[in-house]
Design a protein around this ligand. Structure first.
Ligand code: ADP
Ligand code: MG
Length: 230
């Protein structure tokens, strides 16, 4: 379980995260929703340690993470698929995947499990990452994150720039990762219908604060669509 307690974060003089407090139950998919600019990406970067928090606590399975650098958090089971994917355009698909296991010297090949999850990556393993479509690059970024054998997978707007037919497939894959592979997922998403379809739990942020949370099944009744519409 991830436990986040009273996290505060500033960029210069502006207070970006305000006493952010929530928990993520293990083995479930939690979606984090919120309008543009409310601090979702900043929160994820704080969870990974890419930016330091000013105050607050972050525990993963009772272990304090807030002082650990990003690579230690990865070693402790966290994985991050950043907004915009950040794959290496000049490396092959296979090389991109192997980069995800760089912290583990015993991994020299891509496990068949990854290619089973994303068959398209197998058929394109020698192609350059930059030559893949948006949806394929997103699959590559998720595959790369899974190479570290994480327990918690954190994704920032994976549907951005991905065509509708691939978005559905992506949803099925994320559900499979939770249900069959037993991972915990935190998914930042602006696309309400996709989020509602997948969520076991939801969280809503507004102007740096966590303002609502609940079961995925009651998102409509709880008025979540209204909270995030512009
Ligand atoms: N590196 C940065 N330096 C200064 N301000 C930033 C930086 N990154 C984001 N911000 C600001 O912090 C706020 C939250 O941004 P962000 O976390 O990206 O929001 P979201 O992901 O919800 O769209 C925004 O007002 C944004 O302009
Ligand atoms: Mg963002």
């Amino acid at each position: 379980m991830l436990e986040v307690d009273s996290v505060n974060q500033y960029y210069g003089g502006s207070h970006i995260l305000r006493n952010v407090t929530f928990t993520l139950p293990s083995g479930q998919l939690t979606v984090l929703l919120g309008r543009n600019g409310v601090g979702k990406t900043t929160l994820l970067r704080c969870l990974m340690g890419v930016v330091a928090i000013r105050t607050g606590k972050i525990h993963w399975n009772k272990k304090p993470l807030e002082k650990l650098p990003p690579y230690s958090r990865v070693k402790n089971g966290l994985a991050y698929v950043p907004q915009g994917r950040d794959i290496f355009p000049r490396l092959s698909v296979e090389e991109n995947l192997l980069v995800g296991a760089a912290g583990n010297r015993s991994v020299r090949t891509v496990p068949e499990e990854i290619y089973k999850l994303f068959p398209v990556l197998k058929s394109m393993k020698s192609r350059r990452g930059g030559d893949l479509s948006g949806g394929q690059q997103q699959q590559l970024a998720i595959g790369r994150a899974l190479m570290g054998q994480p327990q918690l997978l954190i994704l920032d707007e994976p549907t951005e720039g991905v065509q509708p037919s691939i978005i559905q497939e992506l949803g099925r894959t994320l559900r499979h990762i939770v249900t069959e592979m037993n991972l915990t997922i935190l998914l930042v998403e602006q696309y309400y219908d996709f989020a509602k379809h997948l969520a076991d739990r939801y969280l809503v942020m507004s102007r740096g604060e966590m303002v609502a949370s609940g079961s995925g099944a009651t998102m409509d009744q709880d008025g979540v669509r209204h909270m995030i519409s512009v």
